[in-house]
Design a protein around this ligand. Structure first.
Ligand SMILES: Cc1ncc(COP(=O)(O)O)c(C=O)c1O
Length: 445
């Protein structure tokens, strides 16, 4: 009977793959061939592959077929950060830091220890942050082209927390959110946890395909768009004025919320104003101090229409009560005394240098990247397999991400994403050369 036959086939494939008899990258028969070979219906063959895909054993690629996945990569690879061996090179997660930042931390801790304000740091804080912290953020946002007021700003535990509380405050389980087909993995995690449905917006090299978004909004009840107009992670685009206007028009026409993620926006020199500046009524702006200052600080911020602030504060209360006063106080000092602005300028130079090195080494693959950005997107040559390359590189002590964590479509492209900001400058070129050789070897396997 078909059910038993179907299960037996799934088990047989699973055993072959897990034992290594079917190696990663092996192309499996087409659905039709499998059906003919096994004397089953084509829909049953499709079900077999769907089940194997759900088990993480194969991946299907549009127009190419079904391939055995590399089993060496742990589930959650590229999404969940895990400790790496001390001698590994991390080209997977970005935590850009400059020499001298430890001294800055030592100095600010000393200053705080000597300040008269310590007692207050031991207490709960207002959910959205203290007045002084919110004012410092509002003032900083002027540099980003956003003229807002402290009561429209809230302080959160990093941009990831910011996105979470915005989603909690504005959306309900089952809501449909449009996001770029290739997007920041952290938003996928939020959508999964909050039971939001993600609808992919096709991407172009310069930004989302907004005509496709317009059609989607006519066909389906999109409630929000998650977007990175200024320095998209991972594709590096900065949307131009015209595209921003079109996006805002879609938001107004369909009464949907624009969730603008600006985590890397500081790297772009003189970008067009944020959506939140030109359309504050339909936008919520989320950013933070991870990529421009330090990921360990865990300080981020949101600028939102005032009417949305109480719901966002409620969501902060539900998730964290408040951002730790100690880290917020450090952030505020660095915002006020110009340290953040200075680090941003220095990191723009650092990122550009790293991007130049990456561009030269990976040039044969025509990577996609913003010239100032801390990451690069490398489309792979025909026959090269992203999961196999990631697994091989892991054995060389180099961690990278495949396209899969970034994709919200069923068939992620064969591409890898490299974070350039975490490794020491001295080891970056060697690691990238190892990546290039691994890709070159892989395409002939
Ligand atoms: C686009 C984007 N948004 C948000 C975040 C989260 O940043 P944070 O460390 O401030 O939570 C990241 C982190 O990599 C990111 O790349």
């Amino acid at each position: 009977m078909p059910a038993a036959r179907y299960k037996r086939l799934v088990d047989a494939f699973a055993a072959e793959i897990r034992s290594g008899r079917l190696t990663s990258g092996t192309q499996l028969p087409t659905h039709r061939h499998l059906a003919e070979r096994e004397g089953i219906a084509v829909v049953t063959a499709t079900r077999v592959y769907a089940e194997l895909e759900a088990m993480g054993l194969v991946s299907s690629e549009h127009g190419r077929g079904t391939f055995v996945r590399d089993q060496a990569l742990p589930p959650g690879h590229g999404i969940d950060q895990r400790p790496l061996a001390a001698d590994s090179v991390d080209l997977n997660f970005n935590y850009p830091a400059l020499p001298g930042q430890v001294d800055l931390l030592r100095q600010v801790l000393r200053e705080l220890a000597g300040s008269g304000d310590l007692e207050s740091l031991l207490r709960y804080q207002p959910h959205g942050g203290r007045e002084r912290d919110r004012a410092a953020v509002a003032n900083h946002l002027l540099n980003r082209g956003l003229d807002t007021t402290p009561d429209s700003v809230v302080v959160v535990n990093g941009a990831q927390h910011g996105l979470t509380v915005v989603a909690l405050a504005a959306l309900r389980p089952g809501d449909l959110v449009a996001a770029d087909a290739i997007t920041y993995p952290g938003f996928k995690v939020i959508a999964e946890a909050l039971r939001l449905e993600l609808a992919p917006i096709p991407t172009t090299p310069t930004g989302p395909d907004l005509d496709a978004l317009g059609r989607l909004c006519v066909e389906r009840p999109v409630r929000a768009v998650y977007t990175m107009p200024t320095l998209h992670n991972p594709l590096g685009w900065v949307m131009d004025d015209g595209a921003r206007r079109q996006l805002v028009a879609i938001a107004r026409r369909h009464r949907l919320l624009l969730i603008e993620d600006a985590a890397y926006a500081y790297l772009a020199e003189c970008p067009p104003p944020p959506l939140a500046a030109t359309a504050p009524d339909v936008s919520v702006y989320v950013s933070g101090l991870s990529k421009n200052v330090a990921t360990g600080l865990r300080v981020g911020f949101i600028a939102a229409p005032q009417a949305r602030v109480p719901a966002i504060e409620r969501a902060i209360r539900a998730t964290a009560w408040n951002t730790p006063a100690l880290t917020a106080a450090i952030a505020t000092r660095w915002l006020e005394d110009g340290t953040v602005t200075r680090l941003e300028a220095e990191k723009r130079v650092d990122a550009r240098l790293r991007q130049t090195i990456a561009g030269e080494i990976l040039e044969p693959f025509r990577p996609l990247a913003h010239p100032n950005s801390y990451f690069t997107w490398v489309p792979l040559p025909a026959n090269a397999r992203a999961d196999r390359i990631a697994a091989t590189l892991a054995t060389h002590g180099v961690a990278i991400s495949t396209a899969e964590p970034f994709a919200i479509t069923e068939n992620p492209p064969q591409a890898i994403r490299l974070a350039l900001g975490s490794t020491e400058l001295g080891t970056l070129a060697d690691a990238l050369t190892t990546v290039r050789r691994t890709i070159e070897d892989d395409q002939y396997r």
